[in-house]
Ligand binder design. Structure first.
Ligand code: DAH
Length: 335
């Protein structure tokens, strides 16, 4: 009897140790510890033993039952703990995990908004190459090789005649070269200059605009840009056109808006002037038409260009341009 009991305990221990599937637990319990299980039936046969043998065998049987039960509980607990998070232990009261949503970079958002405003006025969005010929970036914009105004733009040269474009204006020339008037295009893109501080980065973004047709006047330039600024910054934004110079426009004007920080009273952002410069513009210089075969006696037009980072900084009150390029989520997620 004693041997039978010890043999049963050993088999039981071996079997329970091999279990790692929770569905094997209950069959094991029934087989060894259940009312009709192996241990119970052995215990029932204790009565057949002699009076001398019975107490010792009974005690052993009880001990084995306690041992196997405890072992069974241990294995059951560890299997269930190992499965936590699995189908058997989902906590349905936990709040759901919300996935992280991305969104467009603030610069992309501003580019899209500028393009949308001009698209509504009938301008078509076009693109041009970032690596540009000197001819398009300077020469055909009335900036010959020795022209002093080339110094205004610190150029990255790829070779003597190839540059990283310093502005989006070369796209004007490419458009006029391939299409006859009427043309009205808006051209966003990256531009490059050798410059880096709180208001300059070596790569930044511009949007260029060009409209050429018969009888286009400076009044239409003013009307178009006024409408743009009112849509971009709000319809009560005051603006002014200030005479300026660009080699590819004549006359030229820079456009200022009333300082968005101080409302025109004068502060650090506007250098106490109350005004902020936001774009360059002018009537296309007849010299430029000479490069693209437009007849200056028949056609006239206007062009403008603006820095996107600058517009974004003014619109959102940001004082460091580098923030747009550091990709710090704490900054980006505010837009
Ligand atoms: N390309 C000029 C710049 O980067 C901006 C500009 C001025 C563009 C006048 C124009 C314009 O189209 O008419 O500084």
């Amino acid at each position: 009897m004693k041997d039978q009991l010890l043999e049963l305990e050993k088999r039981g221990n071996d079997e329970i140790s091999a279990i790692n599937d929770p569905s094997d637990l209950e069959p094991f319990r029934i087989k060894y510890l259940g009312k009709k299980g192996a241990l119970t039936s052995l215990m029932k046969s204790l009565g057949k033993l002699s009076r001398e043998e019975r107490p010792e065998a009974g005690k052993l049987a009880n001990q084995i039952k306690v041992n196997l039960s405890r072992r069974f509980q241990e294995v059951k607990t560890s299997i269930e703990a190992g499965k936590s998070g699995g189908a058997t232990s989902v906590d349905v009261t936990l709040p759901g995990r919300v996935p992280l949503y991305g969104h467009l970079h603030p610069i992309t958002q501003v580019i899209k908004e500028v393009c949308l405003i001009f698209s509504r006025m009938g301008f078509r969005v076009v693109k041009g190459p970032n690596v540009e010929l000197d001819y398009y970036n300077f020469e055909a914009l009335n900036l010959p090789k020795d022209h002093p105004a080339r110094d205004m733009q610190d150029t990255f040269y790829i070779s003597e005649n190839v540059v990283l474009r310093t502005h989006t204006s070369p796209i004007q020339v490419r458009v006029m070269e391939t299409r006859q008037p009427p043309v009205s295009v808006i051209a966003p893109g990256k531009v490059y200059r050798r410059d880096s501080d709180v208001s300059h980065t070596p790569m930044f973004h511009q949007v260029e605009g060009l409209l050429v047709d018969r009888d286009v006047s400076f009044g239409e330039l003013k009307g178009t840009l006024t409408r743009f600024i009112h849509q971009m910054f709000g319809s009560d934004t005051r603006l002014r056109f200030r005479p300026s110079f660009f080699p590819f426009t004549e006359p030229s004007a820079e456009v200022d808006i009333q300082c968005v920080m101080c409302g025109g009273k004068g502060c650090r952002t506007c250098s106490r002037t109350g005004w902020l410069e936001i774009l360059g513009s002018g009537m296309v210089d007849p010299e430029v038409y000479g490069f693209v075969d437009y007849d200056p006696d028949v056609y006239s037009g206007f062009a403008f260009g603006m820095g996107i980072e600058r517009i974004a900084m003014l619109k959102y009150g940001i004082d460091d341009i580098q923030l747009f390029f550091k990709n710090d989520m704490r900054f980006l997620s505010q837009f």
